[in-house]
Ligand binder design. Sequence first.
Ligand code: DAH
Length: 337
Amino acid sequence: MHPLEQLRDDALREIAAARDEKSLEGVRVEYLGKSGSISEWGERMKTLGKEERPVVGKLLNQARKAVTAALDQRAGKVRADKESDALASIDVSLPGTPHNTGSLHPLHQMHERGIQIFRRMGFALAEGPDIETEWYCFDALNTPPDHPARNEQDTFYLPDGRLLRTHTSTVQIRAMESAPPPIRVIASGAAYRRDELDATHSPQFHQIEGLYVDENVSVADLKGELEFFMRELFGADSEVQFRPHFFPFTEPSLEVYVRSKALKGGEQWIEVAGCGIVHPAVFEAVNKARGDNAYDPEKWSGYAFGLGMDRLAMILFEIPDIRLFSQNDLRFLKQFA
Ligand code: DAH
């Protein structure tokens, strides 16, 4: 056997025995590296005689080819083994890693329920900013300059004279300024008052405002529609009571009370909203701002209401303290996920 054949066989044996990429590389260097034992035969060729040279050249080529091919093949096998070893160490029967999914805040859920019902009743969604002018919050709503609600003790004023809206009734004015009657809108959002934070009061609270202006709108429409709403929300057995009240922007004005088995066993009347027939002075203010007589109080009438959404959510979800809404406590929030 020619020494080159011997070297080739040695190399192939070592390759077959190699268990990782590092030892394969060692074999490659040993035989095919610059001064590897097979490569050296390339130099040695020059010293050989004419007859021997082609024979050795052929053997050298064959040895190189065989060893290179074996190295490649073995490297592929080593890599595949490594991968399947890694996969074998994974226990597919272990439970997966759960994703943290968020959920809607209970107040948000309450608003969505309310909005859904009003949408079915044909109300469109209107919008207005939380930072308002005195005009939208008070003047246009027939609230005189000496009204206690305008007091700095009750209302958050900004240094520039604007304020945080004390109710969502501001959106009534904005909606009427931007569209002539008939109009049928609700607005959902936050309102702000300088109340001390306790179990039932919060300086930020939430309302759904409603406004319907058309020909011949009466208290009967108002009562019928709010009753329908309350029954949708609290169940068919809900009873609704309207008690006389005062708001500057409605005449007559009413407070809405609800009683239902779903709420505290059905024993208690719970106040949930203010409402009334839109005061003609509100239409006049809107006309003045519009510069026309679109809301002619002789021709059009309307009803309006403001629902306290924090209160509704508290009684519906049996939440004992309004502060829970803003404390960001996951133990509380997760109960509504
Ligand atoms: N804005 C009143 C409040 O926050 C609630 C209210 C009463 C809204 C009568 C109305 C209404 O639209 O007609 O206390």
